[in-house]
Design a protein around this ligand. Structure first.
Ligand SMILES: [Fe+2]
Ligand SMILES: [Fe+2]
Length: 166
């Protein structure tokens, strides 16, 4: 099994996109189905942004300094996704904001994933060797094992975001 960091992250993206499509395809009034899908989306995104924040982004920041601006923007995009996930995590499908908030999350994260895959992952692959990407991927697998599954609540998010840049 490949531990190439970019391969692993793209596998996550594929699963996240599958969940997004399922939500978009769900019937308007299929509340239990949509609640269940949002639950899975929140968990998948919480784990994924965590391993990128903890492993991939700091490594890229250090090893590919010309991508600094992309990394800083990506951290902020994760922060926005984290806030929306934290809010959705305490919200039920009967809330009139539930579908709207999920749709905004899907739009924001879809664009973010596009940018990762097309704007800067290729440059990471070009700059780092296969061995280096496998090392980063192996570390991501380790960190994933103990990654949080549910989002931090908003008051704790700011602290977590600040800690990254401590
Ligand atoms: Fe990301
Ligand atoms: Fe990603």
């Amino acid at each position: 099994m490949s531990t190439d960091a970019i391969v692993l992250l793209k596998e996550d993206h594929k699963e996240i996109r599958r969940l997004f499509r399922a939500f978009e395809a769900a019937d308007e009034d299929a509340k239990a189905t949509k609640h269940n899908l949002v639950d899975k989306i929140v968990e998948a995104l919480t784990v994924h942004t965590y391993i990128e924040n903890e492993v991939m982004y700091p490594m890229v920041r250090e090893l590919v300094p010309e991508l600094e601006r992309n990394i800083l923007e990506s951290f902020e995009e994760h922060h926005v996704a984290d806030v929306l996930c934290a809010e959705l995590d305490t919200m039920g499908p009967d809330d009139e904001r539930f579908d709207a908030k999920t749709t905004v999350l899907i739009e924001a994260v879809s664009r973010h994933i596009e940018e990762e895959e097309h704007d800067w992952f290729p440059q990471v692959r070009e700059t780092l060797g296969r061995k280096e990407l496998q090392g980063i991927g192996a570390r991501m697998i380790e960190v994933r094992a103990t990654a949080p599954r549910r989002p931090k609540q908003p008051s704790a998010l700011r602290k977590a975001a600040d800690a990254i840049f401590g």
